[in-house]
Design a protein around this ligand. Structure first.
Ligand code: 4AZ
Length: 271
């Protein structure tokens, strides 16, 4: 978690003071190795926003989120930590989600206030286990703007499955945040790959069962800082939330995601 924590802090500081000036090179992507996507193709993708904390240039975006119900958005627990927000989340008066807007400099879609915040009390900032939170919206999204989490045992979790990660995060690993939504193609990797990459260090510990390993064996395509909390989608279903990793797009350091089936189970059990 130490690295994620530091990166989140860096994001907060950068976004608050420095306009995100340098545009991403055309070859980079969100997400590293990605490409631009139309929000209409990812209507469940939302941005978490606080202009007070992160400035207005990119609508205050600081993390991703995904709608699994008309009033229910999932994100990463670490996105709502005091280290990221600079205050307990309930004190962030202008915490909103931005839906239906791909270009954060434009004003399409909707900004919706967050009515309730539930952060997984079992989130472990050291291993990064249980990295999810639920935001309840003050008004409902359109019925078509939700995606279903893949249940445990769904074929979409099988290693080798093609998946897509979405976000407005760093496109280069150097703090070049995207203004328009991007996506990157990755593959579900076996638990063994991440167990080997992350046996336990300051970055985190890979825990099969509640985490999901994804990336490309050769590196290159990955989520990065600012993408956290956003969706990893395979076969039309949500399989993960961007959580952590060592750097972005590095060979031998895949992306680690919160496994969506575990989230659904935890919520189904009354949280
Ligand atoms: C972060 O700092 C972060 N490459 C998110 C995702 C990844 C690494 C770091 C995965 O929020």
């Amino acid at each position: 978690m130490r690295r994620t924590f530091a990166r989140a802090l860096a994001l907060a500081a950068t976004a608050a003071v420095i306009p995100l000036a340098s545009p991403a090179p055309a070859t980079a992507g969100v997400v590293i190795g990605g490409y631009p996507v139309d929000i209409a193709e990812a209507p469940w993708m939302v941005a978490l926003s606080s202009r007070d904390r992160f400035g207005g240039t990119r609508a205050g975006q600081f993390c991703g989120g995904v709608a699994i119900g008309r009033e229910t958005v999932l994100t990463a627990a670490h996105c709502l930590g005091e280290e990221v927000l600079g205050a307990p989340p309930r004190k962030v008066r202008d915490l909103r989600i931005v839906a239906g807007r791909g270009d954060l400099r434009a004003d399409g879609g909707k900004e919706i206030a967050v009515r309730d915040i539930w952060i997984n009390p079992r989130h472990d900032a050291y291993t990064n286990a249980g990295d999810f939170a639920v935001l309840t919206l003050s008004e409902p999204l359109d019925a078509g703007s939700v995606i279903r989490p893949a249940g445990a045992g769904d074929a979409a979790y099988k290693p080798g499955t093609g998946a897509v990660v979405y976000g407005w995060g760093d496109t280069t690993g150097n703090g070049d945040y995207a203004s328009s939504l991007r996506a990157s193609h990755v593959r579900v990797l076996s638990d063994a790959v991440c167990e080997e990459a992350y046996p336990g260090s300051a970055d985190g510990t890979y825990l099969a069962g509640s985490m999901l390993c994804a990336g490309e064996t050769g590196g290159g395509r990955d989520a990065c800082q600012g993408d956290s909390g956003g969706p990893l989608v395979a076969q039309g279903r949500l399989i993960g939330l961007v959580s952590w990793g060592s750097g972005c797009g590095r060979v031998g350091s895949p992306g680690v995601y919160t496994r969506a089936s575990g989230v659904a189970t935890a919520l189904g059990a009354g949280r």
